[in-house]
Design a binder for this molecule. Structure first.
Ligand code: HEC
Length: 151
């Protein structure tokens, strides 16, 4: 009897240990995924630029999916895990178009200045996309001129 409960106890400890290990593995995978998103983004962004060029105009939505969604998520709701990726959905900070342009061009803490790899029109169009998507209704468009003033 004594022996049996020890076995059970060990099994429970192993099961708990397993859960802890998989939680850690999950977090590590999450972190690795984000690190990869950062490492991949120049290549990925190239793809976005090429397809934007192919369509003859900067496509804010496409750019968002290629460049921003890896961190801010396709639905703009952000992510909480190995890091904090703020939601862009219903985000009052981006009521200021200048602020959004600034963050995209210059970056901020955990966010690289991805806009450095885009031309002014592309930055304007991805910012305009975000400011009119995901529940945001800021219809005053930012212009390529505003972007070039921030650079
Ligand atoms: C590598 C991950 C990553 C990518 C790619 C990325 N962001 Fe971010 N972004 C962040 C992080 C992290 C923050 C928060 C920075 C902070 O608060 O210090 C942030 C903050 C922001 C903010 C400010 C939000 C606020 O509430 O003040 C905006 C706007 C923004 N990002 C837009 C974009 C857009 C548009 C793109 C694509 C062109 C993009 N981001 C690509 C990680 C990323």
């Amino acid at each position: 009897m004594k022996h049996g409960s020890m076995v059970l106890g060990t099994a429970a400890a192993l099961a708990l240990g397993g859960m802890a290990v998989s939680a850690v593995a999950q977090t590590a995978a999450d972190a690795a995924g984000r690190a990869k998103a950062v490492a991949d983004f120049p290549g990925d962004a190239d793809g976005a630029f090429q397809s934007a060029a192919r369509f003859g105009e900067p496509d804010g939505e496409k750019m968002y999916r290629r460049v921003c969604a890896g961190c801010h998520m396709p639905d703009g709701k952000g992510a909480q895990g190995a890091g904090h990726y703020p939601a862009l959905a219903r985000n009052q900070n981006i009521a200021s178009g200048d602020y959004a342009v600034y963050v995209v061009v210059k970056g901020m803490h955990g966010m690289p200045g991805v806009g450095r790899m885009m031309n002014d029109e592309q930055v304007a169009s991805v910012v305009n996309y975000v400011r009119t998507s995901f529940g945001n209704k800021y219809r005053d468009k930012v212009t390529a001129k505003q972007v070039s003033a921030v650079r």
